[in-house]
Ligand binder design. Structure first.
Ligand code: ATP
Ligand code: MG
Length: 183
């Protein structure tokens, strides 16, 4: 799994449609304070299903929608699309054979979120299920932020186990068992 491109429109400071390509093994995003670097990571976590506004550095979910500047009026919809290369077939189920996976989320001012997988409308759960056990998810280890390493080092054995189970790819089976048992 490799993130190939991020497309943003109306998300936080990215009011105009913006494409960020990741064509090389290593890509650095640099710029002055407040230019929107962290907003790019917020966008990735948001598409993957982050449902806590606080984790996206806002008070409510609609805070991710461009809320205007001195020169521009606020807009009503935010959308982000992530395009992944799925060459190693890390995903399970019907998407295993797709070479490219597009995951998209939109939100409007009524706080309604819409999710799409390869252009088809889907549920948030379809996206979280798809990436479970791949290390990619709103709170997964693919995104290592300031403080993540120390949290890992200081975590209790039970918390550490959650990371290890995700890395080993078994968390999706545990989740399925939990769902079955709760039925
Ligand atoms: P630093 O180097 O300080 O970490 P950064 O490049 O990570 O900065 P971000 O935190 O990504 O910067 O971006 C902050 C900017 O995004 C601020 O200027 C803020 O006004 C703008 N911003 C955040 N949410 C919105 C929104 N909903 N509408 C418009 N602008 C927004
Ligand atoms: Mg930042």
């Amino acid at each position: 799994m490799r993130l190939k491109q991020i497309k943003l429109a109306g998300f936080k400071s990215f009011v105009d449609p913006t494409k960020i390509p990741f064509d090389h093994a290593l890509t650095a995003i640099i710029g002055p304070n407040g230019c929107g670097k962290s907003n790019v990571i917020d966008a990735v976590r948001w598409v993957l299903g982050e449902s806590s506004a606080k984790n996206l550095r806002g008070d409510s979910m609609t805070d991710v929608i461009f809320n205007g500047s001195t020169a521009r009026k606020p807009i009503s919809v935010a959308g982000v699309e992530l395009i992944f290369e799925n060459l190693q077939g890390r995903l399970s189920g019907q998407y295993a054979s797709y070479e490219e996976i597009s995951v998209k989320r939109q939100v409007n001012r009524d706080s309604e979120s819409f999710y799409f997988l390869n252009g088809q409308k889907c549920r948030r759960k379809d996206i979280t299920d798809l990436f479970m056990g791949t290390g990619l998810g709103p709170r997964s280890y693919a995104i290592i932020e300031q403080g993540t390493i120390s949290r890992l080092i200081e975590s209790k054995p039970q918390e550490l186990r959650v990371f290890i189970e995700e890395a080993a790819g078994i968390s999706r089976y545990k989740e399925r068992r939990r769902e079955t048992e709760n039925r």
